[in-house]
Design a protein around this ligand. Structure first.
Ligand code: FES
Length: 202
């Protein structure tokens, strides 16, 4: 009898413990979700803590894909194409992430800084100035010069031929330009730091 009661009591306690644990897990998950939601609503810290360390003379390497870490060659790009790049050896800092774009050199108009471009190459920070997502590229196959930079998070659109000025969406300021040039051996090199603030500016 004692054993039976003991087993029954033990079984009852185990179910209660399980139920209590389940409830605690549900509450913890709910609290976590609420906190995540509040974090999304909270305004980001201006600048987002991004501190770039790109230097004049840094070589450009692929930031994504099977060629990640490899040097870029100018001959690998046609007008209307873009790619994410890092300065060689500095990929551990996302603030250094840059979108390199090739257009026709004649397409560039102010406020693009022509002295920071070369042979149709222009480069901007890849960190959206709204909330810091990484920007993408929308290629217009029929009219490569009509291609543009777009942020996938809230659809801010930036004009690559006009200094990455904001054409739509919530981004408050353009993406900062950074100087690039084609070296004699066809590789690409940074020629300056960023021309303006990078990261979220809201
Ligand atoms: S983070 Fe880019 S549009 Fe919002």
């Amino acid at each position: 009898m004692v054993d039976t009661n003991s087993e029954g009591r033990e079984g009852h306690v185990t179910r209660r413990q399980f139920a209590r644990g389940f409830v605690l897990a549900v509450v913890a998950a709910a609290v976590g979700s609420v906190l995540s939601f509040l974090k999304l609503l909270a305004p980001s810290k201006k600048g987002g803590g991004y501190v770039a360390t790109v230097s004049r003379g840094d070589l450009l390497v692929y930031a994504r894909g099977s060629r990640m870490g490899n040097l870029l060659k100018a001959s690998e790009f046609e007008p209307g194409e873009a790619v994410l790049v890092y300065p060689k050896g500095k990929s551990g800092n996302e603030a250094n992430l840059v979108q390199l774009i090739r257009l026709e050199q004649s397409e560039f108009k102010p406020p693009t800084r022509p002295e920071l471009t070369d042979q149709g190459f222009v480069a901007y920070s890849a960190i959206c100035t709204h909330l810091g997502c990484i920007v993408g590229w929308v290629k217009d196959k029929k009219d490569p010069e009509a291609s543009y930079t777009e942020c996938p998070c809230h659809n801010s659109i930036f004009n690559p031929a006009r200094g990455a000025t904001v054409m739509g969406g919530p981004a408050p300021i353009p993406l900062a330009q950074i100087g690039v040039k084609v070296s004699r051996d066809g590789t690409l090199v940074f020629t300056s730091g960023f021309s303006g603030p990078i990261g979220p500016q809201v």
